[in-house]
Design a protein around this ligand. Sequence first.
Ligand code: PMP
Length: 392
Amino acid sequence: MKISDRLVTLTGAEGDGWDVFYRARTMVASGLPVTELTIGEHDIRTHPRILEEMHRAAMGGHTGYAMVPGVDALRDKVAARLTERTGVATGRNNILITPGGQAALFAAHAGVCDPGDRALYLDPYYATYPGTIRGVSAEAVAIETRAEDAFQPDPETIDAVATGAKSLLINTPNNPTGTVYSRATLEGIARVCQAHDLWLISDEVYDTQVWEGDHLSPRALPGMVDRTLVVGSMSKSHAMTGSRIGWIAGPEEMIYHLINLATHTTYGVPGYIQDAALFALDEGSWLEDEVSAPFQRRRALALDILKGQSTVRVIPAQGAMYLMLDIRATGLSGETFANRLLDRHHIAVMPGESFGRAAAGHVRVAMTVDDEAFATALETLVTFATEVTPHG
Ligand code: PMP
């Protein structure tokens, strides 16, 4: 039987730099000790108090179909959070609760793209972006950012390909680069969106992990509230990756239609998960701080280890749980470097090539193991890079 073109062409057009990740997993399965600095999964679990609340809600009977748009109290809470953090008046009808940020990314593109429409995204990119766009039968168009610009997008480069496009997807703080977009960058992007009548899909799932500068939501920029869809999630902020809980914030009319889409796709998010999420948000910042603190600490450790050598150059690491390291001085591709590091030292990092062309010659290090193991792995990586670099 024939499978739809949409599905069989969903992924695969990009490089398959995921070999290292799978090889590391195979090594672990065969009993070899591997320091895995690959995916964005915390080394701590969801806080027990959130789990207790989840249990209480489930035992209390919140196990039937929940409200498809999300329970009112949680929609109100997310709306209040966005109002407080961005200054943009946001109400319940601007919010759809989704099963994680990924479902929100998909719904957002379904909301703005018709089949064949051009949907722009920035390279390097989070692994699912092009497939998400193709999943709604739109054309995924990558726009490269440059290591030399610390991967800050250049509005002029976006402008040059924006004619006729429907949407632009951005992500700040950024996975995989750790870049936090500056106000000037975001204002430039806002100008391009307005000039070309683009929807802006703003993935802000790392908004609680900012180490340098400030997170600015482009929805708060003049003229942007009616053309911006914000993707949020509690995966990263509250170490709730497995709970699948996130949201889309946007104009009421769009949210109305996205609720209709949710009725025909996910049919909502489990009520006991939503209750636990509400509890977590009500707790305020201490929970978020507890989740983000290890990354901030390890980032400081890393900067200390990396100073005083010039073989491995770190991209500024302003936010999120990753370090993007420029290893071009070694003369190796990110993929070769990562494979050799894995074979020789049992340390797994992601080749930059897994995230697009713009991050070739880089590796992404997830700061997701305990401080001591992290520092040792990074020291080993630096020594390895120095050893393989041709001198003279
Ligand atoms: N956006 C980015 C940039 C991510 O890194 C991730 C997860 N790694 C997601 C969205 C999706 O996260 P979730 O579906 O768990 O909310």
